[in-house]
Design a protein around this ligand. Sequence first.
Ligand SMILES: NC(=O)c1ccc[n+]([C@@H]2O[C@H](COP(=O)([O-])OP(=O)(O)OC[C@H]3O[C@@H](n4cnc5c(N)ncnc54)[C@H](OP(=O)(O)O)[C@@H]3O)[C@@H](O)[C@H]2O)c1
Length: 223
Amino acid sequence: MAFQQDTLSVVIGGTGGIGRAVAEALRARPGRVEAVGRAEGVDIAQPDTVSAFFARLGPVDHVVVTAGSQAPGGHFTDVHPAAAKAAFDIKFWGSLAVAREAARAIRPGGTLTLTSGFVARRTVPGTYVKAAMNAAIEAVAKVLARELAPLRVNVVSPGLTDTTAYRDMAPEARAAMLARAAATLPAGRHGRPEDIAQAYLFAIDNPFVTGSVIDVEGGALIN
Ligand SMILES: NC(=O)c1ccc[n+]([C@@H]2O[C@H](COP(=O)([O-])OP(=O)(O)OC[C@H]3O[C@@H](n4cnc5c(N)ncnc54)[C@H](OP(=O)(O)O)[C@@H]3O)[C@@H](O)[C@H]2O)c1
C-alpha cells in the first residue's frame, strides 16, 4: 500500500536506537509517524497504557515494535528467575499486548512488524533469556501471520547494533564489543540503526512478505 498523506505509522520504541531510525525513515514519506516510548506514557509492560494509546489514535496503517531491549545476562544458574520473567513481561508479553491492539486498529493493507534478535537462533552462552524471548516472538508472529491474515505480520531480527541499549556500558567496553563484532562478523562491521531500519521498511513495503523473520545481523548466523 503506497504511503499517502493520511497514512499513520506507529513505532513503539521509536524514541531511541533502532526504533528511532525506523521512525526517521518513515518520516521521509508522506503521512504521519507516532514514535513513542515510556517517556511518552506508553509502556508495553503496562497493557492499559498501550490500549489507551491505540484508543487515542484510532485506525492506523503500520505498527512497529522495537521496545524492550533489556534482559538479564550471565550463566543460567546466576540469572534470577524473577529477573528473567520481568524481561519476558516487557519484551514478549509487551509485544503481544501491542499486537492485540494492532490487530483491531490496523486498516486493510497495513502491517505489524515485531523485533527479535540474532541470539534466538545463534547459540551464545549467557544469553538464555534473550534467546528464549526472541525465539518466542518469532514463533508467535508466524501464528499471528496466519490468524490475522490478510494483515501481514513479520519479525526483524537484528544483530549487534550500536544503540542506546548499550549507553550504560563503560565507553571502552562498548567500543571493544563493537570492534570485536566488526572484526569477527563476515560483513566486517557492527550494525548501525539505519542498517536495521531498512528491514522494517522492506516488511512494510513488500506485499508478498508475511510470517517472515528478516535477519540483519552481519552474518552472525553463519559465523
Ligand atoms: N541493539 C542491539 O544490539 C540489538 C540486538 C538484537 C536485538 N535487538 C532488539 O532490537 C530492539 C531495539 O533495540 P535497541 O537497541 O534499539 O533498543 P534501545 O536503544 O534500548 O531503544 C529502546 C526504545 O524503546 C523504548 N522502550 C524501552 N522500554 C520500553 C517499554 N517498556 N515500553 C515502551 N517503550 C520502551 C525506549 O524509550 P523509553 O526509554 O522512553 O521507554 C527507546 O525508545 C529490541 O527489541 C532489542 O532486543 C537489539
